[in-house]
Ligand binder design. Structure first.
Ligand code: UDX
Length: 430
């Protein structure tokens, strides 16, 4: 089929290369001319496993091309809208980019074309788009994405479910043909249900992680081990074993923004959604937890401490620092007087403007970051932190306490090297 994608960000680019891989003639449009040039040259602007290879092969095969012009989408039968919907200060989702894209598509597409809302949009947005396109012969459906950064191509190829929110069966059938779904469960429902289902899913994940973080705090106080508690909970299929890992808090481009937008929708409709609000409070409170743990465990005051932040990205496998707890918590530590030196294996690829705005002095060497540190905080679960020479680190920072928010390191090895180790929800821990 002839497919269009609007927006060459994480979701749009992953979708475009995967659709082109399936043989669809795919055109991906982005308003950023530099990004279009970079992509046309075969360079992946984001760090996603498998993306450079797929970009190269689909460009070579001629199934994928990039453009800055909406007119190049004119002949497309299906166009995916994958533009950002950032948070406004009040938590609501800003759909300006979606509006602009739909306006362009309204002028460009032929009758019979299907506009697919892949961006995460507030309930009612797809219905508004359907109304706006009324009389043009162009349909609109909701088809939220569930792609995880660093697993996006895998998730596109092997989705748990395909969600189609449509007011019109023909449009839903066309979209289903694009996916060629095989054994994957296809969930068809109204656009409103599909839009809410996306927010509900991400908010549930956030609630689950915040619960794990609260339990971890309790574990360390009562002498329990959070890994054992989570192992038991996860063995119950009704609970499931995923998203029960304690950490520094959840971050990234989706969970913070989607929980805020869901609460905003609740507020506008007189529904409190206290569970989601509480999950956000717990997440915000992670900084206080870490500040308290450091204050209690370090020999000197936090105000004069040197702290090494190991891992700056919001999770491992990505160079993304959007809403990263590592940055947020480091800023808090710096505001209390600590000097924070940060290291990340992907430092060179991290957005430098965001780093400059933070209070972290970033260095491209873990040993340098840890030099003379009073504490080393492991924020991101990069496996390579396990392979560091912890004896060398202990030699350079003999008084350091290691606060492992991800329970990534081997406590025995760290203690053997001569350093104090505190796990998250462990004994001893925090
Ligand atoms: C998420 C959703 O998983 C995906 O379906 C959605 O469409 C986009 O948002 P992503 O933002 O890439 O994906 O990150 P994810 O892997 O879900 O992790 C979110 C945050 O939770 C990260 O900060 C991660 O470190 C944290 N996390 C996750 C935990 O702290 N513990 C866990 O057990 C799992």
């Amino acid at each position: 089929m002839r497919i269009g994608v609007v927006g060459a960000g994480y979701v749009g680019l992953t979708s475009a290369v995967c659709l082109a891989e399936r043989g669809h003639a795919t055109v991906c449009v982005d308003v950023d001319a530099q990004r279009v040039r970079t992509l046309t040259a075969g360079e992946a602007p984001i760090d996603e496993p498998g993306l450079p290879q797929l970009l190269a092969s689909t460009l070579r095969d001629g199934t994928l091309r990039f453009s800055g012009r909406f007119e190049d989408l004119a002949e497309c039968e299906v166009v995916f809208v994958c533009v950002p919907t950032p948070s406004r200060p009040d938590g609501s989702a800003d759909i300006t980019a979606v509006d602009a894209a739909v306006g362009q598509l309204n002028r460009t597409l032929h009758p019979g074309a299907v506009v697919v809302m892949k961006s995460t949009v507030p309930v009612g947005t797809t219905r508004m788009v359907i109304d706006r396109l009324h009389g043009t012969g162009i349909s609109a459906v909701s088809n939220p994405e569930f792609l995880r950064e660093s697993h996006a191509i895998y998730d596109f190829r092997h989705p748990d479910r395909i969600l189609i929110g449509a007011a019109d069966d023909r449009a839903a059938d066309v979209l289903q043909t694009v996916y060629g779904v095989g054994d994957t469960e296809v969930l068809r429902m109204s656009p409103e249900s599909a839009e809410l289902a996306k927010y509900a899913s991400n908010a549930f994940l956030a609630v689950k992680i915040s619960y794990a973080n609260s339990l971890a705090q309790l574990c360390s106080r009562v002498g329990a081990d959070v890994a054992d508690v989570a192992r038991c909970m996860g063995a119950d299929v009704r609970i499931g074993k995923h998203f029960l890992q304690p950490g520094p808090g959840w971050g990234g481009s989706c969970l913070p923004k989607d929980t805020a937008a869901l609460l905003d929708t609740g507020r506008r409709n007189g529904v409190e959604l206290a569970e989601v609000a509480s999950a956000r409070d717990t997440n915000l409170g992670q900084a206080d937890r870490i500040v308290a743990a450091l204050s209690q465990s370090m020999a000197g005051p936090l105000a004069t401490a040197r702290i090494a932040a190991f891992g700056l990205t919001f999770k491992a496998g990505t160079c993304d620092v959007r809403d990263s707890p590592a940055l947020f918590i480091s800023d808090r530590l710096a505001s209390l007087g600590a000097q924070v030196s940060g290291y990340d294996p992907r430092l060179a690829m991290i957005d430098q403007d965001t780093l400059r705005r933070s209070s972290i002095g970033a260095v491209d060497d873990a040993y340098l970051a840890a030099k003379a540190a009073d504490a080393i905080v492991v924020f991101t679960e990069w496996p390579e932190f396990r392979d560091l020479d912890w004896f060398r680190i202990a030699g350079q920072a003999p008084a350091a306490v290691v606060l492992d928010t991800r329970n990534l390191l081997d406590p025995t090895e760290i203690r053997h090297a001569g350093l104090r180790y505190l796990g998250n929800g462990k004994v001893p821990g925090f």
